[in-house]
Design a protein around this ligand. Structure first.
Ligand code: ARG
Length: 266
């Protein structure tokens, strides 16, 4: 049984610009956003049997919906994010409060470093990947590797449109890797080729990467991903995954999609 942390989009909107997707002039249709979010939650709860923990939304924190950035949960420990941009630093205390209230042992980020949680750190059970340069700092990964006794492979993100690792890479439950290679530098692509047999690489075409195809949630043999990515769905289905596509374009106005709207709690 999987549990995910989510936050209803009551106060979601574009109130600042901190990534290339966000345009203040691009207004969010609130009703549409709410109904897209409800559809996504319905898939998680009804189709996949996932337990959802809902945070209380807070006025003035339009990006709180993107709970992938709350932190990183490993067992009973929660590493609370420290965001790069002050606009999102205001969310930190709320995420920390939620973790403490739930009884997690809270770990905070060392002074001078930034870390944006499960948006930048994801992987398979033994090997994790850590995105850096756009938001999180590479200096976090040796610390987290030591703390959790896992190998963390740092991956530099070179394209501002793919500013969190979960926008361009998604490890799948069967050991395959869904990703968009051009978001990584040469070394990153080499290390992925060296560590994951190439027959397990599911390469997303650029036009679907730009629809956030990699921002997918994989639970056992199910993959929930944004609508408009038929090639990616085909790649997944060939490997035996059931795909669930959801229209989430209101959230793309903020640079986020299915995976960003969730935080894995176990
Ligand atoms: N507007 C948010 C930001 O720029 C979107 C966050 C998306 N989250 C993610 N895990 N990729 O921070």
């Amino acid at each position: 049984m999987s549990r995910l942390l989510v936050c209803p989009p009551d106060f979601f909107g574009i109130e600042y610009e901190i990534n290339p997707w966000m345009r203040l002039s691009n207004r969010v249709d609130h009703e549409r956003a709410a109904s897209q979010w409800q559809t996504l939650m319905g898939i998680f709860e009804q189709d996949l049997g996932i337990v959802l923990e809902r945070m209380v939304p807070i006025p003035g924190l339009p990006d709180l919906v993107f709970t992938a950035n709350a932190g990183l949960v490993v067992g009973h420990t929660a590493v609370v994010s420290h965001f790069r941009y002050p606009e999102r630093q205001r969310e930190e205390a709320h995420f920390e409060h939620w973790f403490r209230q739930q009884g997690y042992e809270v770990m905070t980020v060392e002074a001078g470093l930034h870390f944006e949680g499960a948006g930048d750190l994801l992987g398979f059970s033994d090997t994790w990947f850590g995105g850096y340069r756009q938001r999180s700092d590479i200096g976090m990964y040796p610390i987290l590797s030591e703390r959790f006794q896992r190998e963390i492979i740092p991956l530099e993100l070179i394209d501002g449109r793919f500013y969190h690792l979960d926008t361009c890479l998604c490890p799948l439950s069967g050991g395959e890797l869904l990703y968009f290679p051009a978001a990584f530098d040469h070394d990153g692509r080499e290390v992925l080729a060296a560590r994951i047999p190439t027959e397990r690489h599911l390469v997303v075409p650029e036009h679907e990467a730009l629809k956030f195809a990699c921002n997918a949630v994989c639970v056992e043999k199910h993959v929930v991903l944004p609508a408009g990515c038929p090639t990616t769905e085909g790649l997944l289905q060939e490997r035996g995954y059931d795909t669930h596509a959801v229209q989430l374009d209101e959230f793309m106005k903020s640079g986020g999609s299915a995976k960003c709207l969730t935080l894995a709690l176990d």
